[in-house]
Design a protein around this ligand. Structure first.
Ligand code: MLT
Length: 411
């Protein structure tokens, strides 16, 4: 008999974004004339940068002739991309990595969901609340939790409330935890970790022999160069942290798919008998077993986004979305709405007016403003009372959305 993994049954609702998609599709079919503005899922809208397209085109052409054709690529990524990553994303920030500490993949969603496979089933995890749902759901699927309570918090998982009081960037917990997931710039709150916050986490992890999983998928949106972009800018992080980065948002690759995970050689975990084992080797074993490399064409495109004209063009795209974020922040704040984020991230964390619940606010914006947002409670119990508004859309649509949102609440 094929028994199922019953841990899946603990996951009460469907994954957040398909769930929202269903509600929006139902609304659209009942109101076919409604002009919906989608500021829900953080999906890019600008086309690929010309230099990126050119790199892809050249790679496709190369595949069509004998000299340029390639079969399976190296599982960890081609050297040309690994070197561009080392040079542009890390050396420019004073961080030295080796090529074999970088694992190119097809997405940070996958990486942040899969990383727990190399860790013990009895590890206790901590997440911020609200949180990118992938970290929690994948650990629930793997059996690292009990059942969910009425608010959707899973027994056995440590939730660290991200609140206005702590700038939506909680510090380390007191209770024992083996693995903590951090995300900066943060999805969903749009907050960014200060150097002091990351130093506190690294010091805590080293003292407790804990592991930090640092998701920096939105690093390119940081506007202040004094803020850390990489956890490895913090001394000692190589001994306690894994970092994930993505080309999805910074180069418009949500449909192209390319990301990478960094696992320094110093990083180790322990066996039940106390022997230390390097995590780099374990992840390499998993990666080579389960993954056959990102397509060459995509890696060429990713490398083009990191250097020269491609870097400049992708930087302009990030600036475009950040100008949207600024317009949203200013336009909504002017109307007296309370909001956070949007300064170093493409997300605005809007406090729901009049004590509305997150889902009621989502429904109100959908019905009255024909604007799609994401209910904060979908990211965790502490997200209740907020909605997330994404800056990923055209300037024109963002400018149309602002008065609609204002009218829905203040009109
Ligand atoms: C989001 O809207 O939170 C993101 O698009 C989800 C993701 O990157 O997987």
């Amino acid at each position: 008999m094929a028994r199922i993994n019953e841990h899946y049954l603990k996951l009460q609702a469907g994954y957040l974004f398909p769930e929202i998609g269903r509600r929006v599709a139902a609304f659209a079919s009942e109101h076919p004339d409604a002009d919906l503005i989608r500021l829900g899922i953080g999906d890019v809208t600008l086309p690929l940068a010309p230099a990126v397209v050119e790199a892809m085109r050249a790679a496709v052409v190369a595949f069509g002739n004998e000299a340029g054709f390639r079969g399976y690529g190296p599982e960890q990524g081609y050297d040309f991309l690994l070197e561009a990553i080392r040079e542009q994303d890390f050396r420019t920030r004073g961080v030295e990595l080796a090529n074999d500490e970088i694992f190119v993949s097809d997405g940070s969603k996958q990486d942040s969901g899969n990383i727990q496979e190399i860790l013990g089933a009895d590890c206790r995890i901590a997440v911020t609340d609200p949180v990118y749902p992938v970290y929690v759901d994948t650990n629930v699927m793997a059996g690292r939790s009990g059942a969910a309570d009425a608010e959707g918090r899973f027994e056995g998982i440590v939730y660290l409330a991200a609140t206005e009081a702590n700038g939506f960037m909680p510090g380390p917990p007191e209770e024992p935890v083996d693995i903590a997931y951090l995300c900066s710039p943060n999805n969903p709150t749009g907050a960014v970790a200060s150097r002091a916050n990351l130093e506190a986490w690294v010091a805590w992890a080293r003292e407790r022999d804990a592991l930090l999983v640092f998701d920096a998928a939105y690093d390119a949106f940081i506007q202040d160069s004094a803020l850390p972009r990489s956890i490895y800018e913090i001394e000692g992080a190589r001994e306690c942290a894994i970092e994930m980065r993505s080309f999805s948002k910074r180069a418009g690759f949500t449909g192209v798919r390319c990301a990478y995970t960094v696992i320094p050689k110093e990083l180790s975990g322990s066996t039940a008998s106390g022997e230390r084992v390097g995590l780099n080797g374990l992840w390499a074993r998993r990666h080579t077993t389960k993954f056959n490399s990102v397509p060459y064409v995509v890696q060429k495109a990713a490398a083009a986004s990191l250097v020269g004209e491609g870097r400049k063009q992708c930087g302009e795209q990030v600036a475009y979305y950040m100008a949207n974020a600024r317009a949203l922040r200013e336009g909504l704040a002017e109307a007296g709405l309370k909001l956070f984020g949007g300064e170093h991230a493409p997300y605005i964390w809007l406090c729901t007016p009049d004590g509305l619940s997150s889902w009621d606010c989502f429904d109100k914006l959908l019905n009255d403003a024909h604007v799609v947002c994401t209910p904060g409670s979908g990211f965790g119990a502490a997200g209740e009372g907020y909605v997330r508004i994404s800056a990923f859309n055209s300037r024109e649509r963002v400018e149309q959305a602002i008065p609609r949102i204002r009218d829905a609440f203040c009109g």
